[in-house]
Write a protein that binds this ligand. Structure first.
Ligand SMILES: Cc1ncc(COP(=O)(O)O)c(C=O)c1O
Length: 386
């Protein structure tokens, strides 16, 4: 009898461990800390949206939907983009419903990027980008956002573009810094890419969280940029339902066709009743139109409380994240500080270094303020005791 061979496991992602969000959430639970780490609301979504899901299930919308998504939802998304950003995407062949933005970004990378290509990422960035690029057999070329302001440095981005550059991933409003790209930033990117073959994956999941009267500068507003871009967004962030994992991609037909080739063998289709529910719910613009004011009030409440501590506040132009410099509060590094804060003070935060591949530590941590006022008050009282 021959000896059975044990297959040797060779990781596709040897450098990847458990995400910082999972680690900090588990630590927060263990120490009964207020969890301002992971980015999700602790309040309920609109009950009317839940009613729409129930209605859709009771109406029998429980089998596979079309691969690209329920037509009514794709039409609602196209209408919203046109009314807000002035670009018309065809619901039939330019909008695809996805299982959240994370799946959309992986699918976009797998659809566009070939082994040996380079993809530019602007650090710090959402932690899925880099492993997605590795899975595609490509190389992530990391360009830092300017430390302190976290604004894009177009000279550095230009210097990173090579004949191997297939794509750049951008994110505005930006997680973790809360920076919002200006019209001038978008025009600079458009001009920079004009003579190149570089595609753009534009992560716009926080598109409805822009404060102080500013406007979200969606790629959809910039025709020549939009022609080379897959725009990714997430219903989870907009409607306080991060656990539903549903989002969309808007892109020109040729890009969408390639995207769907991967999508159909990745998730194939996305939760039918939730798609019907969102389609019905989106006929009212108020929920997303009111979101800037809703989150701006929470941002201001949280900033006012933090101003009474030794944390140094960074600007927050958008998203539901507030970053703070810890140098006057502690000598610990970011990760040690976040662990200590969770364990000893009872507030969980995210070290910004976790969103750099090389763990660059600039003494900045990120708090999520998508929480009930009472949760924020409890956290602030604890932070003010420092
Ligand atoms: C910048 C960014 N992109 C994408 C996502 C993921 O969105 P989804 O939950 O729809 O996958 C997040 C969630 O935190 C995010 O912050």
């Amino acid at each position: 009898m021959s000896t059975p061979i044990t297959a040797t496991l060779q990781s596709r992602l040897p450098a990847v461990g458990t995400t910082i969000f999972t680690v900090m959430s588990a630590l927060a639970t263990q120490h009964q800390a207020v969890n301002l780490g992971q980015g999700f609301p602790d309040f309920a979504c609109d009950p009317a949206l839940v009613d729409e899901v129930t209605r859709a299930m009771q109406a029998g919308h429980n089998q596979y939907p079309p691969m690209a998504g329920v037509a009514a939802l794709r039409e609602a998304v196209a209408a919203k983009i046109e009314s807000l950003y002035g670009r018309s995407y065809h619901a039939l062949d330019e909008i695809t419903i996805t299982a959240g933005a994370t799946q959309a970004i992986l699918t976009a990378v797998m659809a566009l990027v070939h082994p040996g290509d380079e993809v530019i990422v602007l650090e710090p960035c959402y932690d899925s980008y880099q492993p997605n690029i590795v899975l595609a057999g490509a190389v992530a070329v990391r360009v830092p956002l300017t430390p302190g302001s976290f604004r894009p440095d177009f000279a550095k981005i230009a210097a990173a573009i090579s004949p191997k550059t297939r794509a750049i991933i951008i994110n505005t409003p930006h997680n973790p810094s809360g920076t919002v790209w200006s019209q001038a930033d978008m025009l600079a990117l458009q001009d920079l890419l004009e003579p190149t073959n570089v595609f753009v994956i534009s992560d716009e999941v926080y598109e409805h969280m822009v404060f102080d009267g500013a406007q979200h500068q969606s790629v959809a507003r910039f025709p020549s940029l939009a022609a080379r871009t897959l725009i990714v967004s997430s219903f989870g962030k907009t409607y306080h339902v991060t656990g539903w994992k549903i989002g969309f991609v808007a892109a020109p037909a040729a890009l969408t066709a390639e995207f769907r080739k991967v999508h159909q063998f990745n998730v194939f289709t996305v939760n039918t009743p939730v798609q019907h529910a969102l389609a019905a719910y989106m006929s009212d613009a108020k929920p997303y139109a009111n979101l800037p004011a809703f989150y701006q009030r929470k941002r201001d409440l949280f900033r006012l409380g933090l101003a009474q501590t030794a944390f140094k506040l960074l600007p927050c132009e958008g998203t539901f994240f507030q970053c703070a410099d810890i140098s006057e509060v502690s000598d610990l590094n970011e990760t040690e500080f976040c662990e200590w804060l969770t364990r000893e003070i009872g507030v969980a935060a995210i070290p910004m270094s976790a969103l750099y591949v090389d763990g660059f530590d600039q003494r900045v941590v990120r708090f999520c303020f998508a929480k009930e006022d009472s949760t924020l008050q409890t956290a602030l009282a604890r932070l003010q005791s420092l």
